[in-house]
Design a binder for this molecule. Structure first.
Ligand SMILES: [Zn+2]
Length: 296
């Protein structure tokens, strides 16, 4: 965390370490009078105005320090400041001295990736909008064909199915749908999953080309709240190349920075039971992504 480094440099009186856990942010004033004293900033105390989520988001906010995110991060720091002040410790001087440092913006992170844009109108099924973004859904293409070939296939078959990104085995990426457009990558999910995943509003999706697959899978909301990423891979064919996984790491970092928060990461079969992708060999990576957003 680069902010930590900055704060540590600025704070001559004590060293600050900030750990951001799922349940909230905490700050150690480890060299202060009370050794190891921890400050807890609760979700109840500070919530992001857009996402209504708590301080666990603060680390990600560092990648996108503008507008609401910047003000939100400020609130988290101010809450820590109030708690320190109550114990007779000073944090305000650090806070006021704090200036944004050069961290990777979404544009910087995108520029580090080898992305070719190949947008197709037939893949767009409505406006998703940043306020509806909740999930990153991972898929296998279940074929060895290149990303460019997959885009051509999708566009030619008339089903209106696509994903936002396809990652080749060599780490090159094709983007065929803009981030804030709905595309049909997740399809129908188990009946009840709209509610389970909090994706009830299907009204922004034109549902062109959809063919119901049965009463057991009637829910279609995931498409309206997610980014779909396909990896060129056939389940059971062996491990994913390192270059492909590193590209996925970078792509997720870019998407996180673009939205200013961490979307939940799931694979397609979580949405629809029995779906083949992603493959069993991806299970360990999926768990790593869900835990810390990189494959290893
Ligand atoms: Zn899939």
């Amino acid at each position: 965390m680069e902010m930590l480094t900055t704060l540590a440099m600025l704070a001559a009186a004590f060293t600050l370490t900030m750990s951001l856990a799922a349940c909230g942010a905490s700050v150690d004033a480890s060299d202060a009078a009370d050794e190891g004293d921890r400050l807890e900033v609760s979700d109840e105390e500070v919530r992001h105005p857009e996402t209504q989520k708590g301080p666990s988001l603060a680390e990600n906010m560092l990648a996108n320090r503008s507008g609401e995110n910047r003000r939100y991060l400020q609130q988290v720091l101010e809450a820590a400041d109030r708690q320190l002040a109550a114990r007779g410790l000073a944090f305000a001087s650090v806070l006021s001295a704090y200036e944004p440092v050069a961290v990777s913006s979404a544009d910087d992170l995108r520029a580090q990736l080898d992305i070719t844009e190949d947008y197709r109108d037939s893949f767009v099924h409505g406006e998703k909008g940043a306020e509806y973004q909740k999930y990153i859904v991972l898929h296998d293409t279940e074929g060895e064909g290149s990303a460019a070939g997959v885009v051509a296939y999708w566009d030619g078959n008339g089903a209106g199915v696509a994903a936002h990104f396809i990652i080749n085995k060599d780490g090159t990426i094709v983007q065929c749908v803009p981030l804030d457009k709905i595309t049909h990558h997740a399809g129908f999910g188990d009946t009840g999953h709209n509610e389970l995943y909090g994706v009830q509003d299907e009204s922004r999706d034109d549902k062109m080309g959809t063919v119901p697959i049965g009463d057991w899978a009637a829910d279609y909301g995931m498409n309206s709240y997610s980014i779909g990423i396909e990896m060129v891979h056939v389940g059971g064919s062996g491990d994913y190349p390192e270059a492909q996984l590193e590209a996925l790491d970078g792509l997720i970092a870019y998407i996180d920075a673009y939205y200013g928060f961490e979307s939940a990461i799931i694979d397609h079969k979580a949405w629809r039971t029995g779906n083949s992708d992603t493959s069993p060999e991806f299970a360990g990576y999926l768990s790593n992504y869900q835990d810390h957003r990189t494959h290893n």
